[in-house]
Write a protein that binds this ligand. Structure first.
Ligand SMILES: [Zn+2]
Length: 246
């Protein structure tokens, strides 16, 4: 789905939940709060920001490429425009990207932020829900690893997209973060080192694959992934019987 033009859509449908389901939901939200803060960003109507339309379209194309790169489907993620300078992803794959962040960023930085959010891959948080009863310190340690995982995906994705990782690194060094919970991160210089290491590793892998398999780039380069829904329908093949008249 493309960027939402409706209002906030994360309110839940009222439903009766069993005690077990309620406990599980609370556990999930404790983890979510640890990772992303307790207040979700306010969703904005993208129709009111026509000056961002082109960048949002571009972001949606990168979303498709990055999702494919990490082995997920494009539909598992949805980008919504939100207030402010932050970005975050919710347990359902909804990625909130701040309107000011989009206005003030170039493509390399925006792709890095988007890849970090997709790199959280919330469907994998199920494992964490089993960790109910962990101490705050243990949860924080988990959250830091979770952020490191997302940073590594950002580095690898930027290499795959052939975009400069320095934009994301400079931003992290200068502003600290684009998400909200400073205590759940390694220090900026550690994060930068991890992003660059992941970027270099992916580039080396790609270069090696290219030299070993000449057809590799065309087949696997995520820059070449196209949106199937936008392809023109295939032209029907003439039947062999009709072809005989030639
Ligand atoms: Zn994060």
């Amino acid at each position: 789905m493309r960027i939402s033009t409706s209002g906030p859509s994360f309110h839940s449908v009222p439903q009766r939940a069993s005690a077990k389901q309620t406990a599980r939901a609370q556990e999930g939200s404790a983890i979510e709060t640890m990772l992303f803060g307790s207040v979700r960003p306010k969703v904005l109507d993208a129709a009111h920001f026509p000056q961002l339309a082109e960048q949002i379209r571009w972001l949606n194309r990168q979303k498709m490429r990055i999702a494919s790169f990490v082995g997920d489907k494009d539909e598992e993620y949805e980008i919504v425009l939100a207030e402010g300078m932050n970005a975050c992803i919710d347990p359902h794959g909804k990625i909130y990207i701040g309107e000011r962040l989009i206005s003030l960023s170039d493509q390399a930085l925006l792709a890095g932020v988007l890849a970090h959010e997709i790199g959280h891959r919330p469907k994998t948080w199920k494992k964490l829900r089993q960790g109910h009863g962990l101490s705050r310190e243990q949860l924080l340690a988990f959250a830091r690893d979770e952020e490191a995982k997302a940073d590594r995906v950002a580095g690898r994705s930027l290499a795959a997209l052939e975009l400069d990782p320095q934009r994301l690194c400079t931003f992290l060094k200068r502003t600290g973060n684009f998400e909200k919970q400073p205590e759940t991160y390694y220090p900026a210089d550690v994060r930068v080192a991890m992003i660059i290491e992941a970027y270099e590793a992916q580039r080396t892998r790609k270069d090696a694959a290219k030299s070993l398999f000449p057809g590799y780039q065309r087949a696997t380069d995520i820059k070449n992934i196209v949106d199937e829904s936008k392809k023109p329908p295939p032209t029907p093949r003439r039947s062999r019987r009709l072809g005989k008249t030639a």
